[in-house]
Design a binder for this molecule. Structure first.
Ligand SMILES: NC(=O)c1ccc[n+]([C@@H]2O[C@H](COP(=O)([O-])OP(=O)(O)OC[C@H]3O[C@@H](n4cnc5c(N)ncnc54)[C@H](OP(=O)(O)O)[C@@H]3O)[C@@H](O)[C@H]2O)c1
Length: 376
């Protein structure tokens, strides 16, 4: 990574570019045709002196699309999406054994194979071990051939094996952050999620702390779609980063603001925001999260948000993404992109400027919480 002096110089250049110049000022080179190339230090950065490990930059990439969530992402499109992420300066990638039952890790690892491991941050997850099984033809939202089934294991031995399996599948020499995946009340595989939580408190959590002390990983946390298990882990152990998905977005954030962020701040930890568009909803897709019904009122709320955005000439998806990165406790937001164009648009959104009057109006209309931090 870059030294401190260059980092500060680049941060100053990037800040100046954002305030006073069009996007092209932050470009470092042009690849003639398929989009400009940006250095990572043109993205919003985390403070270097944070008490606990944080990824250096506030934009990362989710990779459920590499696991064929909802529909098949062809190989060439997956590769082009990752190339575009890298080209636009994204250097943090989040995956999981669960995403396409190993496919997301395989595709991401193939892409990272020729990259210097010091140049990127990689997170994956533990809690499900993959079992070879050619007869499996449908699991969850994952499309296409799977070849694997899975079983849960939140024990110490289970999470260590899971990390080792992920390293083999990824084919890379390191994993930076490990999240305990989907140990949550909304996971319908569990009769009693609290039983699983206790197994993790006794097994996975102390083992991940040991792996951090051994230097095998830099940080660990929960990767969950509910707030309760994230708070439970902060109470029971010493996680560094909580990957909180679906609970902090432009349309849904009060609970995270009230119950999660203060606890995270107290523990000097940070939050990575998963599903910042509510699984595509705020990017314009008529889909809400990963199953179940569209909650009452969210379509009407999106319409009202769109109307305010239009009045201020603001792109709603851009506002939605920047909103998730604004709180001091947030160390990254990780939108998923289906293709190269979406990847480029997401990175451009983090470099765009939004007038303060837009955020003021969202507050005065009661569309976002009064206490919600907004981008400056
Ligand atoms: N429990 C957990 O740990 C957990 C849970 C959820 C998510 N996460 C993490 O969060 C990441 C992101 O979540 P996600 O991808 O499911 O949801 P998301 O980021 O909220 O939405 C991604 C979807 O939004 C649409 N989209 C993205 N960029 C767009 C653009 N520029 N223009 C138009 N549409 C755009 C695409 O929909 P289409 O594909 O329909 O085009 C894309 O698949 C995941 O990959 C994962 O890393 C973690």
């Amino acid at each position: 990574m870059i030294d401190r002096r260059r980092f500060l110089q680049n941060a100053a250049i990037a800040a100046a570019a954002t305030v006073s110049a069009p996007l092209s000022a932050a470009r470092r080179s042009d690849d003639s045709g398929s989009g400009a190339t940006y250095e990572p230090d043109t993205l919003p950065a985390n403070p270097e002196d944070a008490a606990r490990y944080r990824p250096p930059y506030k934009l990362g990439a989710g990779t459920t699309q590499l696991g064929n969530i909802f529909k098949i992402t062809p190989d060439a499109q997956a590769e082009a999406m990752l190339e575009a992420q890298w080209q636009t300066g994204v250097r943090y990638f989040d995956t999981s054994p669960w995403y396409g039952l190993g496919l997301s890790e395989r595709r991401l690892g193939h892409f990272l194979d020729d990259k210097n491991p010091d140049d990127y941050v990689l997170s994956t997850k533990v809690g499900r071990l993959l079992i070879p099984d050619a007869s499996v033809d449908s699991v969850g939202n994952w499309k296409g051939d799977l070849n694997f089934d899975y079983r849960y294991d939140y024990t110490a031995a289970g999470v260590r094996r899971s990390v080792e399996d992920s390293l083999q599948r990824l084919g890379v020499p390191k994993i930076d952050i490990v999240y305990i995946h989907d140990l949550a009340p909304s996971n319908t595989d569990f009769d009693d999620w609290r039983e699983q939580l206790q197994i993790a408190i006794d097994g996975a959590m102390p083992e991940l702390t040991r792996m951090r002390e051994e230097g095998m990983i830099k940080a660990w946390g929960m990767g969950v779609n509910d707030i309760e298990p994230a708070v439970a882990a902060l109470d029971a152990a010493d996680p560094d980063v909580i990957l909180q998905a679906t609970e902090y977005s432009l349309v849904k954030h009060e609970d995270a603001l009230d119950r999660l962020f203060p606890r995270v701040r107290e523990k000097n930890a940070s939050v990575v925001i998963g599903a910042p568009y509510n699984a595509g909803f705020l990017a314009g897709v008529d889909r809400w999260h990963y199953g179940g019904e569209m909650p009452e009122g969210v379509m009407a709320k999106r319409d009202r948000l769109r109307a305010v955005a239009k009045a201020h000439d603001v792109d709603l998806r851009t506002a939605a993404l920047q909103f998730t990165a604004a709180p001091d406790v947030v160390s990254a937001t990780i939108p998923g992109a289906r293709n190269a164009e979406q990847a480029r648009e997401n990175a451009a959104s983090m470099r765009a400027s939004i007038p303060a009057a837009f955020w003021d109006e969202l507050k005065s209309e009661g569309l976002i919480a009064e206490s919600a931090p907004t981008p400056s």
